[in-house]
Design a protein around this ligand. Structure first.
Ligand code: 4NP
Length: 165
């Protein structure tokens, strides 16, 4: 397996406690289930620093648990400059995340920055910030993330097809 056939993806939201930890864990579940874990490096981060070091929001942990996904060991971190060199793909959960990422990117950034839904499905759609809403919002966010993560895996799998490892 050559370096080109390994893809690194950073999922980004505002706090790194609600949406992007779910995206990280759901996408990891998809690649592990497909036996493709070695082909991916997967992480998540926030553009804001309020929750650095904290576990995900209990409502995200709970919605993950209901769907068989364990988020409890994840810890929030902030996006750093080296992420733009380290990751092939940096996916913001909504338009404001993408705008923040674009503003933070060093001139030397090699990462492709895109909106998660737009890159994965071809249709722009914000994953809404569920932080100030109720539990229903987290279920809706989970469903959106699960669908887009499946599309992302199909898209990247097609790009990487024919390569063993
Ligand atoms: P996230 O949700 O960006 O999906 O992690 C939020 C979490 C915390 C805050 C905002 C959004 N906050 O303002 O602290």
């Amino acid at each position: 397996m050559t370096h080109e056939n390994r893809k690194s993806i950073l999922f980004v939201c505002l706090g790194n406690i609600c949406r992007s930890p779910l995206a990280e864990a759901v996408f990891r579940d998809i690649v592990e289930t497909a036996g493709a874990a070695r082909r991916f490096e997967i992480d998540s981060a926030g553009t804001g620093a309020w929750h650095v070091g904290n576990p995900p929001d209990p409502r995200s942990v709970e919605v993950g648990r209901r769907h068989g996904i364990d988020l409890s060991r994840l810890r929030a971190r902030k996006v750093v400059g080296s992420d733009f060199d380290r990751f092939d793909l940096i996916l913001g959960m909504d338009r404001s995340n993408v705008a923040n990422l674009t503003a933070m990117a060093p001139a030397s950034s090699r990462a492709r920055i895109a909106e998660f839904h737009d890159f994965s499905t071809g249709t722009p759609r914000d994953v809404p910030d569920p932080y100030y809403g109720g539990d229903d919002g987290f279920e809706e966010v989970y469903r959106m993330i699960r669908a887009a993560a499946g599309s992302l895996f199909e898209k990247l799998g097609a790009d990487m097809r024919g390569v063993s490892g």
